[in-house]
Ligand binder design. Structure first.
Ligand code: ATP
Ligand code: MG
Length: 554
């Protein structure tokens, strides 16, 4: 990457810190990491953290690790490990070397815990979890010392080994740092470093029955991996004191530093793995990759490109201010990318038949259409034009005023990339619904205006009734009906019951071989892609990726 490209990136406070560190010679190379806990699928918030960490490594010719922060075996699973690896790569990034796991360092972490005990800086506590909470105090009240705080070093070593050897029951003992029960920072009030858990771990199986806590594990894992800048979200701001305390009190050569940035919050959605998990387990959505989910796999299945997600992350920037980004900002990036890159096609979502009475029944015409109006290099395709066509029900009215620029009884309209037609009469069923519109076409108007100077204002899309393929079309709306569902007492009660509408329509035959996740612009309807889960040979199912216009600010 040239320096010009680096310079073109918008800067932020983290890049300024890195620039300074490099200028002062504090580091020669930059090493970052993305440290997900494998307890759920990645969401758009993680995409922000991924773009930040991997983006910095790329731009500074450094390295970025993928490290699973796997210290809580009960909630974790290899399914999540695999999905996370997949999502990071799909977003366009590659970690340095092998995937890493905090659990790779359990042995070293154990030895560092011993070091703290030997220095008189950690002790085995036998208070119950409730008592520990009670002794901890509150924001306005200092905590008090555990009666076990002043055990001898030998006693602590022996008890800690007993914990490790499975001789103590879950919940009866834990290892705590000996810091300061009166600290104004609650995280510094003798935080727990290790707890007993007789749980099978997805990486280490039954090797361990004690597991290190996040705060103890994270900083040491960073140091072991020679991370230079450990970037995390603002809720860890206070934890930075503990991060530094641990590293300052153990013998380790490298010294990473933690910097915090604000989380991404998006309107009308949630970015909490716990809550997203609930949507999955309660069957409110169709799995983690439901196209309505803000997960990377959901957005992918919906037809968002990785490039548009990266662009979005770039545009929102990195700051320390908490804020909520509008959904339209994300969709803007998706739409901008698809407008440029998605081939055009025609589909009719709510079909009504038209019959062109002066068009031969025995003669099908093949019309050649460009795949993209401004990009000839994307080629063209053949679309059959026949006597019977489908148009969208909303594109016809028996009567209408001048503002309605579509087909009206007795008037003319242009069929996209084809002829001008006039609606002559309609046929209705017993309930009064139109089932056929009889039309006539002007054969001299294929992609050109009528010679007598008649002005044709509207253009509508169509498909051949004879050759079009039936397709299920899934229209998605916001999953939540409130801008901030996380603030609701019960976020499940804010689910939008109309977030999915399933229609049966028709698509032009060229879409027979379309590939999952690859979006097209269905002319006048929006962007759509084949669904990777439900589409099967002979059964087309399309997801609406995004509409043509922003409809969030109604
Ligand atoms: P969740 O609240 O969804 O469980 P988490 O922070 O517990 O998120 P992790 O797997 O620990 O999930 O996250 C991995 C990394 O992604 C962390 O560095 C975290 O700070 C970052 N991250 C998580 N959510 C967001 C978000 N909404 N915006 C930006 N970064 C995020
Ligand atoms: Mg976390």
């Amino acid at each position: 990457m040239s320096d010009i490209e680096v310079a073109a990136r918008p800067t932020n406070f983290i890049r300024q810190i890195i620039d300074n560190d490099l200028a002062e010679g504090k580091y020669q190379t930059i090493q970052t990491r993305f440290p997900p806990e494998p307890n759920g699928y990645l969401h758009i918030g993680h995409a922000k953290a991924i773009c930040l960490n991997f983006g910095i490594a790329q731009d500074y010719r450094g390295k970025c690790n993928l490290r699973f922060d796997d210290t809580n075996p009960v909630k974790e699973d290899v399914e999540y490990v695999e999905s996370i690896k997949n999502d990071v790569q799909w977003l366009g990034f590659q970690w340095d070397g092998e995937v890493r796991y905090s659990s790779d360092y359990f042995e070293q972490l154990f030895l560092y815990a011993i070091e703290l005990i030997q220095k008189g800086l950690a002790y085995v506590d036998e208070l119950s979890a409730d008592e520990i909470r009670e002794y901890r105090g509150t924001l306005t009240q200092v905590g008090k010392n555990s009666p076990y705080r002043d055990r001898s070093i030998d006693e602590n070593l022996s008890l800690f080994n007993k914990m490790k050897n499975g001789e103590l029951a879950e919940g009866t003992a834990c290892l705590r740092a000996k810091i300061d029960m009166a600290s104004p920072f609650i995280v510094m009030r003798d935080p727990v470093l290790y707890r007993i858990k007789f749980a099978n771990h997805h990486q280490t199986a039954d090797t361990w029955c004690i597991y290190p806590m996040y705060d103890f594990t994270h900083c040491i894992s960073d140091a072991i991996e020679n991370i230079t800048h450990s970037l995390c979200t603002l809720e860890f701001q206070d934890n930075r004191r503990l991060y530094d305390w641990v590293l300052d009190n153990i013998t380790i050569s490298s010294r990473p530093h933690q910097y915090e940035f604000s989380r991404l919050n998006l309107e009308y959605t949630i970015t909490s793995k716990r809550k997203l998990n609930l949507l999955v387990t309660e069957n409110i959505v169709d799995g983690w990759d439901d196209p309505r989910m803000p997960t990377v796999s959901g957005m992918r299945r919906r037809g968002y490109s990785a490039a548009s997600i990266r662009e979005f992350c770039q545009r929102i920037g990195i700051t320390k201010q908490e804020n909520t980004v509008e959904m339209s900002a994300l969709e803007f990036c998706v739409r901008e990318d698809l407008n440029e890159n998605a081939p055009r096609a025609m589909a009719v979502i709510d079909p009504v038949k038209i019959i062109i009475e002066n068009f031969s029944d025995s003669l099908d015409e093949i019309l050649m259409m460009p795949n993209h109006p401004n990009r000839p290099e994307l080629g063209s395709r053949n679309v059959p034009f026949t006597r019977e066509l489908y148009i969208d029900r909303a594109d016809f009215r028996e009567e209408a005023n001048k503002n309605y620029k579509r087909l009206v009884l007795g008037k003319e309209v242009r069929l996209r990339n084809a002829y001008v037609i006039r609606a002559d009469r309609v046929e209705k069923d017993n309930a009064g619904n139109i089932n056929t519109i009889y039309c006539s076409y002007d054969p001299s108007t294929l992609n050109k205006n009528p010679e007598d100077g008649r002005k044709i204002k509207g253009v509508i899309h169509w498909v051949s009734a004879k050759f079009a393929l039936p397709a299920e079309i899934r229209l998605y709306d916001r999953l939540f009906s409130m801008p901030n569902p996380s603030a609701a007492e019960n976020f499940l009660a804010t689910i939008n019951p109309e977030s999915l509408a399933i229609k049966r329509g028709f698509v032009e035959p060229s879409l027979r071989d379309s590939k999952a996740e690859f979006a097209y612009q269905f002319e006048r309807e929006g962007y759509f892609c084949l669904d990777s889960k439900y589409a099967k040979e002979g059964n087309l199912v399309f997801n609406r990726t995004v509409g043509l216009r922003d409809n969030w600010s109604e």
